[in-house]
Structure formats: structure tokens, C-alpha cells
Design a protein around this ligand. Structure first.
Ligand SMILES: Cc1ncc(C[n+]2csc(CCOP(=O)(O)OP(=O)(O)O)c2C)c(N)n1
Ligand SMILES: [Mg+2]
Length: 341
């Protein structure tokens, strides 16, 4: 990976860039980031139950390896467009837990000043375009951002992260078609977690392997075990190299699973008995911890220490965020632009 060009940004944003580079360079940091995502998402569900989160929220427990694999294989000056299930992707890319929880809890220190909330996260210093609540909307936007890079002759790439349900949306087909015909430097990453809202994929989609859809646009595809962070990292690295060398888009289907329901307090009672348990057996955070022990990077104690450090850090973050000022109604109008006289 060539060394990234760092944007000139504020102290807080530079912090996000350093978090990102730490993850790129250190496998223990990758593990710690997966733990951070898991703990924060579990806490978000509690906070929602306590009535502290305005609006709605969608968590990504079980999908941590996809986010961390993407972040580890791309540069901070690349562009990532993801969905409302974006807390994990934001943390993986480097957004600080203060900026993320601040946003989710409507505080001024949030990455959008507390006026966007859980579904609208962004941090330009690490390439995170605003996360999208409209299913599939990020796909043509990522293609457009890849077109920008192509026109400017930059080697930046774009990554579009979306769910299985998004592959049935018009924008998916339009985005893939344009990316293919113009050989745009974009990676399409489909997180196939088997559900779109409350419907299992076999009730909405006539094929099981969504990578097949790329063939209709002559886009090369790879299917990857979304519970294996190193496997995700490798496929993204290959796709990123193709994109930077002008070889066009790649489609990646990551087979994964969301442990929580679709949003908020959905208990996901519609899932077949035993399905969640069988996925829990291949928990991405535990699998990666076991791998790092097996290859001698960490020992049991090191793994435990990371969990403990992340738990303490999260509680300290939460304390700071809850003590910080809320966004006010007036804040809603501070970032509005008007044209004309
Ligand atoms: C265009 C559009 N149609 C419908 C919805 C309502 N909706 C929100 S999430 C969702 C399911 C999307 O599933 P998927 O793409 O698999 O993503 P996941 O939630 O599993 O990450 C739907 C239908 C929406 N937000 N936008
Ligand atoms: Mg889905």
C-alpha cells in the first residue's frame, strides 16, 4: 500500500486519521477495533432502551470483520459510502468513539454536530461520506465519487458498502452498469446478512449468491467469509489494487449475519430457531482473537486486557459524552447553505 496523502484537518479529525493508520499497521489494533465496535453496539442497544437515543438506530454486531477488513485495506484518502447500519464502519475508518457516541446521543461534539444522529455519520478526514438511510442510494454516489477520481487522474478509490436488500433497488443496477462501462475505480461490497428489515433473503430474492449479479455487468466478483477479517482484508486489497491500476470495479459479497434485529428494539422473532446460534459459533471477534493466539501475536492475557481496556475506554467516553452540551434547535441551521442573493 502506498503511503496516504493526509489532508490538513483539525486536531479532532487528525485523531481519526491516526486511529485509521494504527489499524492499517497493527493487527492487535484491528482486534481492539473489533472489540470496540462490539462493545459500543451492545451499549447503544442499552442506551436506546433507556430512552437516551433520539430517532432510531441500527447496530452491526456480528458484522465487525467486514468493516475492519475494509478499513485495513484502504487509505484514509479513499472514499467510503455506507448505510444507516454504519456505526462499525465509522469506528473502523477512524471516527473517534466520542464523535460517534456524541452524534448518536445528539451532542455538539458529535461528528455532525449532533444534528444528524445514528443514521447520518460523516468524517471527511477519513473519507466517510454521509451514511445513507435510503437503501441503495450510496451505490450511484460511490460510482460518482469514483468518476471524480478518474477525471482528476487521482489514484483514490471509492468503496460502496450496502446490504443484500439493496441489490433489488434500481440504483444498484444503474450504479454497477455505469461503473462497469466507464471502468470506474470503485469496490462494491455487499454485506449479505440474510435479512432486509424483517424478511429473510429467500422471501425477497430469487438467488442465494448475490455475487452472481455482478456477472450481468461483466464486473469481476469474489465471495468472502465475512466473519474472517483477514479474508475480507485480502479481497479488498486485491480489488483496491485493480481499481488503482485502472482495471475498474470489483464486486465483493461478504457472507455475514446481524446478531441484533433490524433496528432499535426488534427482537428478530422471525428468524428460524437455531440460526443465530449457528452464526454465534463463528463469531468474528472470537475467531480473530483465537487466530492471534494461535499465531503467537497475543496470548490469552493480552486478549483479556484488550477487552478490559476497551470496556473502560467506552465507559469513560460515555461519561464525557453525556456530560457534554446537547445540540440545540438553532444548531440545525448552522450548516445550511443558501445560494442566490
Ligand atoms: C429506498 C428505500 N426503500 C425502503 C426502505 C426501508 N428500509 C430500511 S432498511 C431496509 C432493509 C435493507 O436491507 P439490507 O439492504 O439487506 O441492509 P441491512 O439492513 O440488512 O444492513 C428497508 C427496506 C428505505 N430506507 N429506502
Ligand atoms: Mg441485509
Amino acid at each position: 500500500m502506498s503511503s496516504p496523502v493526509l489532508p490538513e484537518e483539525t486536531e479532532v479529525q487528525l485523531d481519526a486519521v491516526s486511529r485509521r493508520l494504527a489499524l492499517t499497521n497493527d493487527v492487535a489494533v484491528r482486534f481492539a477495533r473489533m472489540v470496540e465496535i462490539r462493545l459500543l453496539e451492545d451499549r447503544v442497544i442499552d442506551l436506546f432502551g433507556e430512552g437516551l437515543i433520539p430517532g432510531t438506530t441500527h447496530t452491526c454486531q456480528g458484522q465487525e470483520a467486514v468493516a475492519v477488513g475494509i478499513a485495513g485495506a484502504t487509505r484514509p484518502d479513499d472514499v467510503v459510502v455506507c448505510t444507516y447500519r454504519g456505526h462499525g464502519m465509522a469506528l473502523a475508518l477512524g471516527v473517534t468513539p466520542d464523535a460517534l457516541l456524541g452524534e448518536i446521543l445528539g451532542r455538539q461534539i458529535g461528528c455532525m454536530g449532533g444534528i444528524g444522529g445514528s443514521m447520518h455519520l460523516s468524517d471527511s478526514s477519513v473519507g466517510l461520506l454521509p451514511t445513507m438511510a435510503i437503501v441503495g442510494a450510496g451505490i450511484p454516489i460511490a460510482a460518482g465519487s469514483a468518476l471524480t477520481a478518474q477525471v482528476l487522474g487521482s489514484d483514490r478509490i471509492s468503496v460502496s458498502v450496502f446490504g443484500d436488500g439493496s441489490t433489488n433497488i434500481g440504483g444498484f443496477h444503474e450504479g454497477l452498469n455505469l461503473a462497469a462501462i466507464w471502468r470506474l475505480p470503485v469496490i462494491f461490497v455487499c454485506e449479505n446478512n440474510l435479512y432486509g428489515e424483517y424478511s429473510r433473503i429467500d422471501r425477497t430474492t430469487p438467488i442465494e449468491d448475490l455475487a452472481l449479479r455482478a456477472a450481468g455487468y461483466a464486473i469481476p466478483s469474489e465471495t468472502v467469509d465475512g466473519q474472517d477479517v483477514d479474508a475480507v482484508l485480502s479481497v479488498i486489497e486485491r480489488a483496491a489494487a485493480r481499481a488503482r491500476e485502472g482495471e475498474g470495479p470489483t464486486f465483493i459479497e461478504a457472507k455475514t449475519y446481524r446478531y441484533a434485529g433490524h433496528s432499535r428494539s426488534d427482537k428478530a422473532a422471525y428468524r428460524p430457531a437455531g440460526e443465530l446460534d449457528s452464526w454465534l459459533e463463528r463469531d468474528p471477534v472470537r475467531l480473530y482473537g483465537e487466530k492471534l493466539i494461535a499465531n503467537g501475536t497475543l496470548d490469552e492475557e493480552g486478549i483479556e486486557r484488550i477487552w478490559a481496556e476497551q470496556r473502560d475506554a467506552l465507559e469513560a467516553t460515555l461519561e464525557r459524552v453525556l456530560a457534554s452540551p446537547r445540540a440545540s434547535t438553532a444548531d440545525m441551521f448552522t450548516r445550511v447553505q443558501a445560494s442566490g442573493s
